[in-house]
Design a protein around this ligand. Structure first.
Ligand code: KG4
Ligand code: ZN
Length: 365
């Protein structure tokens, strides 16, 4: 077996998505990662009445669901089936990758404990994965071809919890241990772009998480109908959304008071979306001019936003990598691939080390 090839069982439970996947990783082939089975239980409906994720409820739900997700992923990958035992199925898995940082501690603990138990029972190497590193690998899942010619690249990470710019100089197999910190060009000083979408969507009356509802409501609206501030922090590659959020809050309150919210809903949604996207693209522009990348990449839940993709595509003629929509939001396939990358680098825990792998809610990097 080549050291650049492995079959990985990935587990993700850092927030409100309970997910397991089987991914064939092969950095010598034209398509680096084939997702053979992915099963995700989304807790959105459970948290919906509370307007956000309730940590205690999240961890209990993970506890109830996670075994089924692992079973589903093994079955979808056809490793498990009639007449095949779990032991036989696990013989075809080379390693277990689990998100062990950062996230909600109770939720992380469920995934980490299950992964450790599977690793212990079936004597498999275990790899702890940083959730953001998973997102960084998501564009390479199920692509027909991937070429190292896309590097160096500028990557915009836009999720519910993180907004960051990264300079991806080399292919993943060459990423050092401290890659997430050493490659980072800038980050949000307060809220993430996803939070800015979700909090303003909530003010407009949409369920959590509201990003996609806000996008839907913006269709046909005038993005320049309402003026909203675009913060420009001192470090010109950092982001800030707190001023924008306050301004959006005041604007929506005024519209509610004047009973004009319903009439202006599409214009409000379009203006809010435009302000968030412009704040992102403005920073991306500075990074592109400064570093001259060969390609651009957007990852994370907000990368599903069509206006964001369209704006970046129309501004630059550089190739733009975006994960398939189902891999933009949290999923175990990206964790399996990120763990597979580290596994292929030889960075796997010894048996004793894997038993003491911790769930680390912080530090966020
Ligand atoms: O990456 P993700 O699934 O979870 C975290 O790791 O945080 O991202 C979730 C975020 C939420 O804030 C959600 O509202 C946002 O991604 N999102 C969107 C869209 N789809 C998901 N934001 C804007 N437009 C969308 N179409
Ligand atoms: Zn995420």
């Amino acid at each position: 077996m080549s050291s650049k090839r492995a079959t990985i069982l990935g587990i993700e439970s850092s927030c409100d998505d309970c997910s397991a996947a089987i991914v064939d990783v092969d950095f010598e082939s034209a398509n680096w990662a084939r997702v053979r089975g992915l099963s995700t239980f989304s807790q959105v409906q459970i948290h919906n009445p509370y307007g956000g994720v309730v940590p205690e409820i999240a961890s209990r739900s993970h506890l109830e669901e996670i075994h089924q997700e692992v079973w589903n992923a093994l079955s979808a990958a056809e490793l498990l089936g009639p007449g095949v035992s779990l032991l036989q199925a696990m013989e075809r898995v080379d390693a277990i990758a689990v998100t062990n940082r950062p996230g909600l501690v109770g939720s992380l603990l469920v995934g980490v404990t299950v992964a450790k138990t599977i690793a212990y029972l079936f004597k498999k190497p275990l790899v702890g994965v940083h959730h953001i590193e998973g997102h960084l690998m998501s564009p390479y899942l199920d692509q027909e071809t991937v070429s190292s010619k896309i590097f160096p690249q500028i990557l915009l990470m836009v999720s519910g919890g993180h907004t960051q710019l990264h300079w991806i100089e080399r292919p993943p197999l060459e990423w050092p241990e401290d890659f997430l910190v050493s490659s980072r060009l800038g980050r949000s000083l307060d809220d993430a772009a996803g939070e800015a979408f979700d909090k303003t969507a909530k003010l407009l009356g949409f369920p959590y998480p509201g990003g996609k509802f806000l996008e839907e409501a913006s269709v046909g609206g005038n993005p320049h109908a309402f003026a909203l501030p675009r913060s420009k922090p001192k470090n010109d590659l950092d982001f800030s959304f707190s001023g924008f959020k306050t301004a959006a809050n005041l604007l929506i309150q005024a519209q509610t008071k004047n009973a004009t919210l319903e009439k202006n809903r599409a214009d409000l949604a379009a203006s809010i979306q435009e302000a968030i996207i412009e704040a992102l693209v403005d920073r991306l522009e500075i990074a592109v001019e400064r570093h001259s990348p060969k390609s651009l990449c957007i990852v994370g839940g907000v990368a599903a936003n069509k206006s964001l993709r369209a704006k970046i595509q129309s501004r630059w003629s550089l190739p733009l990598l975006v994960p398939t929509t189902k891999y933009c939001t949290d999923n175990a396939a990206m964790i399996a691939l990120a763990g597979g990358n580290r596994f292929c680098q030889g960075k796997r825990l010894s048996f004793e080390e894997s038993l003491s792998l911790s769930a680390i809610p912080y530090p966020e990097i």
